[in-house]
Design a protein around this ligand. Structure first.
Ligand code: TXA
Ligand code: MG
Length: 326
């Protein structure tokens, strides 16, 4: 980047940077690349801009949004960081971790973006170009994934256009999202730290930094929704999804893992999340491959088992939601 502000390492075209900031300043909607998935971004301090996000996504109002900021100093103006939150921010920002902390006095993220909660979800995304936009804008930016509510999260600029079309004023093309699955969300509100959503940073890596296990908020699909936004049916392609498949039915598409072949005749289309069995690669490919199999026209996507360790926890969480009754 050529300006005097913002993170080094950004090579964003100054005219794109200016256009992106102008969209945010006038309360518009911006397709914002991040390392996890593309966000549908708007000024988090402006309730009218935030309302436009909910409207474009057709999202239930009770779902709080993540506020994206350029750096830790900006995050600490918006939220109160205790020792655990401090340690996690230091270890994982910029990166695919969202911290839910008490809102700071003088915090600027509006009520609507927080869904009326006294806490705020904060994240410093990894791409230098994205942080350059946030730094130049100078305010927190609310950004849920840039898809219609309940649909697959977009991992390319083209996906954003396909999902939202003219509802978004400008899409910044940052290339494919490298992590490919949403951020891990950890709440640091009292003593401990609770996992609210598994995501791009594995539980074990967070627990290593904390020095103790995370408290686990229930993600039971049938259970009560302790965290707003954890809807049972989410991340759903048009086709039905069948998990832990040990065979393929006629006409089914197959999403496999680690080169595994399933008996039961040839699948209409087969994609492998990671032929070498690498869960990081599998996370990167998850949403794009579900989209491709959906586009193949199959009415059922059979999914081979994915191990639960590392990023497998987040992958299986998304697959469970994609397979949940609608
Ligand atoms: O990777 C990501 O996190 C992506 C990219 C664009 O940054 N964003 C994303 O945002 O996944 P979204 O809106 O789809 O997820 C927001 C979730 C909510 O559903 C809720 O579970 C949690 O974050 N959340 C946000 N603020 C919260 C709060 N104050 N209390 C509890 N949960 C909160
Ligand atoms: Mg989403």
């Amino acid at each position: 980047m050529t300006g005097s502000f913002g993170p080094s390492g950004s090579s964003l075209d100054p005219s794109i940077l200016a256009a992106a900031v102008a969209v945010l300043r006038r309360g518009g909607l911006l397709g914002l690349p991040t390392e996890t998935v593309y966000g549908l971004a708007a000024d988090a301090t402006d309730p009218r801009a935030v309302a436009a996000i909910y409207a474009a996504k057709q999202r239930p109002r009770f779902n709080p949004l993540i506020a994206h900021v350029a750096d830790r100093a900006s995050a600490e103006r918006e939220g109160l960081f205790g020792p655990a939150a401090h340690r996690l921010a230091e270890a994982f920002w910029p990166g695919p971790l969202t911290l839910v902390v008490p809102m700071a006095p003088g915090g600027t993220v509006c009520d609507l973006a927080r869904a009326g909660l006294a806490s705020v979800g904060l994240r410093v995304p990894a791409p230098a170009d994205t942080r350059a936009i946030l730094a130049a804008f100078g305010r927190p930016v609310a950004a849920p994934s840039a898809n219609r509510s309940g649909a697959l999260s977009p991992t390319t600029a083209i996906d954003v256009r396909a999902e939202l079309g003219s509802r978004v004023d400008l899409v910044v093309d940052g290339g494919p999202s490298l992590v490919g699955i949403e951020s891990t969300i950890v709440a640091c509100l009292g003593a401990g730290a609770r996992l609210l959503r598994p995501g791009g940073i594995a539980r074990a890596d967070i627990e290593t930094v904390l020095g103790h296990p995370l408290d686990h908020e229930t993600l039971d699909l049938g259970g009560p929704l302790l965290s707003p936004g954890l809807l049972p049916s989410h991340y759903a392609p048009r086709a039905l999804v069948r998990r832990d498949a040990d065979q393929v039915g006629p006409g089914e598409a197959l999403l496999t893992f680690g080169g595994r072949r399933l008996p039961g005749g040839a699948a209409a289309v087969t994609l492998d999340l990671s032929p070498s069995g690498d869960l990081v690669e599998a996370a990167t490919n998850l949403f794009g491959m579900l989209r491709s199999l959906d586009a193949s026209g199959a009415s059922m996507i059979a999914v081979a088992p994915v191990p639960e360790h590392g990023l497998g926890e987040a992958i299986n969480d998304r697959l469970k939601r994609a397979a949940a009754p609608r």
